[in-house]
Design a protein around this ligand. Structure first.
Ligand SMILES: *Cc1c(COP(=O)(O)O)cnc(C)c1O
Length: 484
């Protein structure tokens, strides 16, 4: 490491508190490593430590060395990467690296300028271990033991017979449509409020999406609207379990049964959600999941299709792998795709899946703390978690504010280093989808009010307090302005 870089993050124990403050201000790392003349590490002092020293009534010209607390985390030279990772936590994002004589020779820093992104993957279980194992095995492409293991365990998780790992969630949807022989001339009913991939997969299959409205209370596709939109050309319903909320699968399956339609569930945002005690993904002909980095669990990029149909399972495996005959290598009876997942991705996925109950647990807790902190603000509504038969999971905590508050709030939070998201735009508002609209009034109303809040493993209480504090202040101020 170049010496000037180390120089910026270290100071001598006899330097004054004020000069150390200035140095921290310049290095923009929020902390400094205190050393002796030989650059031997004595302490790590943060912004907060200095604040406490001053609040305790100490003078700014006193040497920092007088207030060392000798309680800090560091890395030894040649320490293993997974040990280093285990030391990075909630608020520690920069760590000194010392040699055998405890001299600072380098530092390790986690990137990230935002104080809070909207999502952050939690990779602190066996992810790194399995990934390295897959890497060292040299099975880094789409053959390898982690893939079949991940598929097996994911099928178990969703209570389905089969699972097919694919490159991403959009592939999962497309593969399902193809396996069901849905194509040109066919109509597929989808909700207006969803990520564009849902519509794109239908269009890529050559079929026609029919976009219908959502329910006011669940924000999921409205079965009554599905019923109205069914024509002789309708082949499938593609419900989306939006923001962790399961659709009304009872009514959807009933409609599908009465009209002989296929059902493809888009579960990209709802790993583990349940309707009537049954896991999403297991109702339809297929269930499609995404493992993009901001989803409930991740493989970087990645996806999975689950099914109980042995016929669909074999067909999807064939189409995923170039349509190549399993009996006769390089022989193709159908035009397939390369939609395979790599063993490296599956290694990460398997480790994620081992901890999914824990991950869903703390996501739920984070949601509870947001709800609690904003309970008294009457103009904020949270996603319903009390709808009969539905057990939602927390993906990103989602709430509704007044439409005139929404964008100012997003901007204000961003200025404070907090990355939130608006809800999806109604598909029908976009030029490329507007011809496929059947109905979307609720979706239009809800879209302009929706806000997704940071939801990830180290959304600790003080961060939730800070975020909800900003929201409350903005909304209350706005109400005072309106009254006067
Ligand atoms: C993320 C997402 C997808 C697409 O998943 P990718 O893995 O990004 O291709 C599809 N549908 C919904 C509702 C999603 O949120």
């Amino acid at each position: 490491m170049d010496n000037t870089m180390i120089e910026q993050v270290t100071c001598l124990y006899d330097q004054s508190i004020i000069s150390v403050m200035k140095k921290i201000n310049d290095n923009m790392k929020n902390c400094i490593f205190v050393t002796d003349e030989n650059r031997k590490l004595m302490d790590v002092v943060t912004d907060g430590d200095i604040r406490r020293i001053i609040l305790d009534g100490h003078e700014l010209h006193e040497p920092i060395g007088r207030y060392l607390k000798n309680d800090f985390v560091y890395i030894k030279e040649h320490e293993k990467f997974d040990e280093i990772l285990s030391k990075i936590s909630q608020r520690i994002t920069i760590l000194p690296i010392v040699d055998s004589e405890f001299r600072v020779i380098d530092f390790f820093e986690c990137q990230g300028t935002l104080q809070a992104g909207v999502a952050r993957p939690d990779l602190y279980g066996n992810e790194f271990k399995y990934l390295v194992d897959a890497f060292l095995s040299t099975w880094i492409s789409s053959k390898g033991e982690y893939i079949s293991e991940f598929e097996k365990k994911f099928a178990e998780f969703t209570e389905c017979e089969y699972a097919v790992a694919v490159s991403n969630g959009t592939c999962a949807l497309h593969l399902s449509l193809i396996a069901l022989d849905i194509g040109p001339g066919d109509e597929v009913i989808i909700p207006d409020m969803t990520f564009a991939a849902t519509a794109n997969a239908v269009l890529h299959a050559g079929a026609t999406p029919v976009i219908v409205d959502i329910e006011k209370d669940s924000w999921c596709i409205d079965p009554a609207e599905i019923k109205k939109a069914i024509t002789p050309r309708t082949r499938a319903i593609l419900p989306v379990h939006l923001y962790g909320q399961p659709c009304n699968m009872y009514e959807i399956m009933q409609l599908a049964c009465n009209h002989n339609l296929s059902v493809i569930e888009d579960c990209a945002e709802a790993h583990g959600a349940e309707f009537n005690g049954q896991k999403v993904g297991s109702f339809g002909d297929t269930g499609c999941f995404s493992f993009f980095a901001n989803k409930v669990i991740t493989t970087g990029e990645g996806g999975m299709v689950v099914t109980n149909s042995p016929v669909l399972y074999e067909k999807m495996r064939l189409m995923r792998d170039h349509g190549m005959s399993p009996q006769k290598r390089y022989w193709h009876d159908v035009v397939g795709y390369n939609y395979r997942m790599t063993n490296l991705q599956a290694a990460i996925g398997l480790a994620q899946l081992e901890r999914i109950d824990y991950i869903l647990g703390y996501r739920e807790e984070i949601e509870q703390s947001y709800r609690k902190a904003l309970r008294e603000v009457a103009s904020i509504g949270f996603q319903r978690n009390d709808l009969p038969h539905r057990k939602k999971i927390t993906w990103l905590v989602s709430c509704l504010v007044q439409p005139e508050n929404r964008d100012p709030l997003l901007q204000l939070l961003e200025r404070n280093g907090i990355d939130c998201r608006p809800f999806f735009y109604p598909l029908g508002d976009m030029e490329i989808y507007k011809n496929y609209i059947f109905s979307n009034q609720n979706s239009k109303n809800i879209s302009k009010r929706g806000l997704l809040l940071p939801t990830f493993f180290d959304c600790h209480k003080s961060l939730v307090d800070q975020i909800t504090g900003i929201i409350k202040e903005e909304i209350l101020e706005d109400m005072i302005c309106m009254e006067t």
